[in-house]
Design a protein around this ligand. Structure first.
Ligand code: TMP
Ligand code: ZN
Length: 406
């Protein structure tokens, strides 16, 4: 395959088979499911792990995009801290600032900017989440951000002092066009601050469920540095985050604006030392994914043979990869409960497991709950103590397959 960044040849890493769109929940299990071949590969020149094929963006981001950032309290708090740590330290006057967010979803992050009376604009391709942002009074426009789109924003609002993005940049296949858009829109001393699931965490936890249609790249500091360097921008900071099962915050500025931080230098060196530029660790990861699949399927089959009632907690995008890759259907997991109204009453993509509300699940809890939102473990276990007290046993599959002993 051709690398999406340098167009050089990539090396194959893992083939997950035919996959549906992670967020394409079915109203009727008989509905046709669109599938694409989900193979991944690695470009050693860019140190970049990538999806070879991706469905058309319009199939993934549309008026029924069922993901709303504001549903997670811990993410809300996280974004509040993120905004404060950059806006508290800026020397510019409030009335001079302009802040944008790419992939602004329901406006959860920008609401903190709005509260400071700072000019702002959110950009997101899904009209339904933009509507939800506007309802909060957070300005937002529908669109796919790239070089062309950035010109319109610059003409209307001027250059941006801060561009934020969280769990969005890895969704953008034409990343060079995107990076050029950032270069156009970012003011002279502006900062582009973005967070993404971290390749190092995915490798160390074997959290292969980070890989699904929307995540065309899984970044590390080396690959981010390589990408933005191509358009004359510079990685100046990298700060590890606990969100989404292990993420990295990257700060990008125009070239020669600021020294690369000590932290970023260390992370870049650690990645080189750990062999992130070489295919070997990715092939080792692929082998672990396969054994993890066997082990998970064996556990669920064993529980089934014992007549245990097993259900899932949170019909996450990530769960689509796990369920389809491991061929787990409603014979092994009876249902999945989820707090998103848009998913309730529907069926999981490709595997047709019914999705019900958390309330309905609590009326008659199962014996085992597979924690598909493992990245929100602390928030969920704290919220669901009553279930645990009731005797529900939690099953985790990241970083290893285990029945939690609480
Ligand atoms: P993600 O943030 O890992 O993509 O997963 C979000 C999904 O998990 C979304 O469908 C909502 C669901 N969820 C719950 O049902 N209950 C919860 O407490 C949390 C945090 C998420
Ligand atoms: Zn490349």
């Amino acid at each position: 395959m051709k690398c999406r960044v340098c167009t050089g040849l990539t090396e194959p890493v893992i083939d997950f088979g035919d996959m549906p769109i992670a967020n394409a929940f079915l109203s009727n299990p008989d509905d046709n499911t669109y599938r694409f071949r989900m193979t991944t590969s690695f470009c050693s020149a860019c140190a970049l792990f990538q999806l070879d094929n991706q469905p058309k963006p319009e199939l993934m981001f549309h008026d029924q995009y069922p993901f709303f950032t504001g549903l997670s309290n811990s993410m809300k708090l996280h974004f509040g801290e993120l905004v404060a740590s950059y806006l508290d330290n800026t020397l510019k006057k409030t009335e001079e600032l302009f802040v944008t967010e790419i992939g602004s979803n329901d406006g959860t992050l920008l609401e903190y900017v709005k509260k400071r009376n700072i000019r702002h604009l959110g950009i997101d391709p899904s009209p339904n989440v933009v509507a939800s942002s506007l309802k909060k009074g957070v300005s937002a426009e529908v669109g796919f951000f790239g070089k062309e789109f950035s010109k319109g924003v610059k003409n209307q609002y001027g250059k941006a002092d801060f561009i934020f993005a969280a769990n969005v940049i890895c969704h953008i296949p034409d990343i060079i066009d995107f990076a050029e858009g950032i270069r156009e829109l970012l003011d002279q001393d502006g900062q582009f601050v973005f967070e993404e699931p971290y390749i190092g965490s995915m490798l160390s936890k074997t959290s292969y469920d980070q890989i699904y249609d929307e995540h065309v790249f899984i970044f590390g500091a080396l690959s981010v540095q390589n990408i933005f360097r191509r358009v004359g921008l510079q990685l100046v900071d990298a700060i590890p985050q606990n969100t989404h099962g292990g993420s990295m915050r990257y700060v990008i500025m125009h070239k020669n604006c600021r020294e690369v931080s000590e932290g970023a230098r260390r992370i870049l060196q650690d990645e080189i030392d750990a062999g992130f530029e070489n295919i070997k660790i990715y092939l080792d990861f692929a082998a672990r994914c396969e054994s993890r699949r066997t082990e998970f399927k064996e556990l669920l089959s064993k529980l089934k043979s014992q007549g245990a009632k097993v259900a899932g907690y949170a019909a996450t995008s990530k769960s689509t990869t796990v369920l389809n890759y491991c061929s787990i259907g409603s014979d092994l997991i009876q249902y999945i409960s989820d707090s998103t109204l848009e998913k309730q009453g529907k069926f999981t993509p490709g595997t047709h497991i019914p999705v019900i509300s958390q309330e309905e699940m609590r009326l008659d809890p199962p014996e085992y709950l597979v924690l598909f939102a493992w990245n929100h473990e602390r928030e969920i276990l704290a919220k669901e103590v009553a279930l645990t007290k009731h005797g529900v046993k939690w099953i985790k599959f990241v970083p290893s397959i285990e029945i939690l002993d609480i």
